[in-house]
Design a binder for this molecule. Structure first.
Ligand code: UT7
Length: 331
């Protein structure tokens, strides 16, 4: 009997219309286009400005785009996973709302939070459900409204992040295409370096925490950079080695878009030429859970059936890992 793998069979995406450029940031904090470009590779990012719209607003749009392109009805979907670090609300499941809004009436849904690795881990979760034979159509949406947790007076974080959403559909594949291997890691040592101090169970929100701006993202950028640059490269090299992939066997690297220098270091370690590296950090910044699906969305036309893609991510926690996937269709 042929092994069932989990293949990506459709992609959708959405980014808000409002563009926040480096030039505009220069008027908001003490920074400049040259510093941001050389240190991060970012030129602009998108910000969701619609009133009363949270992460689900973008997740729904990405999912609807996917359904329309794939030409299927939402009622066929078995499971909706929303990978996000910025759910609509701390308790009510964002995924449940998204599933209902898109008409996935036969699906169950939940959120997965692993900071910038949320989508990568979500791919693994989706693949496990498909490989086991339990479900046939799994929708994974990576969406984050980072602007809702960023302090726009803090130049060390406000230049980095942006808002966006991407969605992929996983379905069974018996042709040897789809997810081939994964290597997922975590280390709690990281939580001091990238976090939101208040609003959780240790330090619930209060007037005091608001006054101290503890409801915003704090990042010790230098420390996170050090861990990210070595770990993302390590796992990507490891997954190539253990699948006997040379650099010529790998068509694409789909890396988390946190910093162009981290992306370049990972590609260098893998021996990959720049043309094989999917990049959109210049236009969107770091959209956290949305970076990987938005790469697929932007580059979909260039991906060919059978192409070997290495996904890699690193995020708060720390959480990180790598996934090796064979692309399943030509668009
Ligand atoms: O996606 C989740 C995982 N996150 C990451 O992977 C992010 C990893 N970290 C990074 O990408 C980088 O550390 C940053 C982009 C956040 C910062 O770049 P850096 O090269 O590590 O800069 P730095 O923090 O070491 O700061 C260098 C200098 C400092 O000034 P002094 O102390 O040398 O005088 C900062 O105060 O740059 C200054 N600086 C800025 N200058 C202009 C910090 N932010 C800015 C800014 N504009 N926005």
């Amino acid at each position: 009997m042929k092994k069932t793998a989990a293949a990506i069979t459709a992609v959708g995406g959405y980014v808000p219309e409002f563009v926040l450029s480096n030039k505009v940031l220069e008027t908001m904090v003490d920074t400049n286009d040259e510093w941001i470009t050389t240190r991060t590779g970012i030129k602009e990012r998108r910000i969701l400005k619609e009133e009363n719209a949270g992460t689900s607003y973008m997740a729904i749009k990405a999912a609807e785009d996917l359904l329309q392109k794939r030409g299927i009805d939402a009622s066929e979907i078995d499971f909706v996973l929303v990978a996000t670090a910025t759910p609509d609300m701390p308790v009510a499941s964002t995924a449940a709302y998204v599933a209902s809004e898109i008409g996935a009436v036969n699906a169950f849904a939940y959120d997965l939070q692993a900071a910038c690795s949320s989508f990568l881990y979500g791919m693994s979760t989706a693949a496990s459900y498909i490989e086991s034979g339990r479900y046939k159509k799994v929708l994974v949406i990576g969406a984050d409204k980072m602007s809702s947790i960023i302090d726009y007076t803090d130049r060390t974080t406000c230049i980095i992040f942006g808002d966006g959403a991407g969605a992929v559909l996983f379905e069974p594949n018996e042709e040897g295409l789809g997810l081939q291997d994964e290597y997922l890691r975590s280390d709690g040592i990281g939580r001091q370096f990238l976090k939101i101090d208040a609003g959780g169970s240790i330090l619930p929100a209060s007037e005091e925490t608001i006054k101290n701006k503890q409801h915003y993202v704090f990042q010790d950028g230098k420390s996170v950079f050090k861990f990210a640059v070595s770990n993302m490269a390590d796992v990507s090299a490891l997954i190539m080695e253990r699948n006997n992939l040379t650099k010529d066997d790998v068509q694409w690297l789909a890396p988390h878009q946190a910093n162009k220098r981290i992306i370049d270091a990972t590609a260098n370690r893998m021996g990959l030429e720049a043309e094989k590296v999917l990049v959109n950090i210049d236009r969107y910044g770091n959209t956290t859970s949305a970076t990987l699906p938005l790469l697929l969305y932007d580059y979909e036309k260039q991906l060919k059936k059978g192409d070997n893609i290495i996904f890699a991510a690193f995020g708060g926690g720390f959480t990180w890992g790598s996934i090796y996937l064979k692309w399943a269709y030509n668009s």
